[in-house]
Write a protein that binds this ligand. Structure first.
Ligand code: ADP
Length: 430
């Protein structure tokens, strides 16, 4: 196997040449500059030398000159492998120093290997006459050497400037990329935060809904079981004693109460799922319908027309107003007849409908909770009911995009109001 001494100060070049040449069957020894190469050559002469020109400590020209001046080394083929651009004078100078070949980088890998093999074969077969250094006097040599080195250095400077410019461009590109990535990261973080916020908002809503659902389920089962227990108890007592008395009437009342509860609950839950159709609805029609359904005697309800038209769903409105009216009529003071007044007023594009009674009134601390399902302030004996009516009012009004509220004084009466979007081009007066 031919032993090649490769001389280059650039680690990367050395590595590439080693891979290429070893892959092509050479054994490779490497030196980082001329001085090292000379010492290695003297210690253990290789079969061929391939060297760069510009290197620290000792350049390729000086190495060639010393190599060829050394009797033990002079026959060994010496090849220059040098930078991109070179002046023909450099090649001439190198060959004058005794080099066998001058190859310009970057050569095709196969061509480089072929050239080296060719040089070596010619040398071995005796067809390569060992170059003999031209016999110039020292001064001529030094002048040519200086000129060659200056040319090389100028080349190198140019190369360095070019790679510097390239490096600057790369750095600028990298900076832009870094800024872009930073921006993307900031954006990603922002999106993540927004997402987390939404997730925790939803979680909070879900938790709240869950709690409401649990409370609702608890109350439902509790309230439904009360009449059921009465029915059970009475049925058992019938079975035990066979003394019927007024037991059937009590069973009937309990069963009716339970039926009413279930109906109200269904009406309430249906509100959640019902499709709401928004259309102009004259409030006076709603009032007339309610009056008929609740069979309110003429003297007990005063309606101040016109009430105006709202934008809403007729059946939902009917449920809402009917519950308000039935409460106004129901919660009268003992021994008094109901006196209910209904009117509306218009503010911009909203209509506020009022239902006023002169009943028992509601205290401030009870104002909020009466809108909850099954929330009642009185026993069913005094004022019958299921406690679902106002929950239906609130849910219905919310679904219509409105609001509900009240003004009240215990012992004097209450005024409930609902605010709803008015139907376009409608005006009302109190
Ligand atoms: P219900 O009428 O079936 O008892 P609601 O949900 O309609 O249930 O009302 C809840 C509670 O609010 C009533 O039990 C009552 O104590 C109080 N309430 C509602 N409307 C009036 C009113 N107009 N005057 C006095 N109290 C009322």
């Amino acid at each position: 196997m031919k032993r090649l001494l490769v001389v280059d100060d650039n680690e990367q070049n050395l590595y590439l040449l080693r891979v290429l040449l070893e892959g092509s069957g050479f054994e490779v020894a490497a030196a980082g500059n001329g001085a090292v190469a000379l010492e290695m050559g003297r210690r253990d002469p290789p079969d061929m030398v391939i060297t760069d020109v510009l290197m620290p400590v000792m350049d390729g020209f000086t190495l060639c000159r010393r190599w060829k001046a050394d009797k033990r080394l002079t026959r060994i083929p010496f090849v220059f492998y040098t930078a991109t651009y070179t002046d023909p004078k450099d090649e001439e100078f190198a060959l004058n120093l005794g080099a066998e070949k001058f190859i310009v980088k970057p050569a095709e890998p196969e061509r480089l290997v072929e050239t080296l093999k060719d040089v070596y074969e010619r040398f071995e077969s005796g067809r390569l006459f060992p170059a003999r250094p031209a016999e110039e006097d020292e001064q001529v040599y030094l002048r040519e050497y200086n000129e060659a080195l200056i040319r090389k250095l100028e080349d190198k400077m140019l190369q360095l400037e070019e790679s510097n410019a390239k490096l600057n461009r790369t750095v600028a590109g990298l900076e832009t990329e870094v800024a872009r990535r930073h921006q993307a990261e900031v954006e990603l973080r922002r999106l993540n935060e927004a997402l987390e916020e939404r997730v925790s908002e939803r979680t909070a809503i879900l938790t709240e809904m869950n709690q409401a659902l649990e409370a609702f389920a608890f109350t439902v089962s509790h309230d439904l079981r009360t009449p059921l227990r009465v029915i059970q108890m009475l049925a058992e007592s019938i079975e035990a004693s066979q003394k019927i008395g007024d037991t059937p009437a009590t069973i009937l009342t309990a069963a009716k109460q339970m039926d009413q509860l279930i109906q109200d609950l269904l009406a309430y839950t249906r509100l959640n799922r019902a499709n709401i159709r928004f259309e102009p609805v004259p409030l006076s029609s709603v009032l007339a319908d309610c009056r008929a359904r609740l069979r309110i005697p003429d003297g007990q309800l005063q309606v101040n027309e016109p009430l105006g038209k709202v934008l809403g769903d007729y059946l939902t409105l009917l449920q809402v107003v009917e519950n308000l009216l039935s409460n106004a009529i129901k919660f009268t003071k003992p021994g008094e007849l109901p006196r209910v007044r209904v009117w509306s007023n218009c503010d911009k594009d909203r209509i506020r409908l009022w239902v006023e009674d002169h009943g028992i009134g509601i205290s401030d601390e009870d104002r909020e909770r009466i809108f909850n399902v099954f929330e009642r302030l009185h026993s069913p004996e005094r004022y019958p009911g299921t406690g679902v009516g106002l929950a239906i009012v609130r849910k219905g009004v919310e679904r219509l995009g409105g609001q509900v509220g009240l003004e009240s004084k215990p012992g004097e009466g209450s005024r409930f109001w609902i605010d709803l979007p008015g139907a376009p081009s409608e005006g009302t007066s109190p």
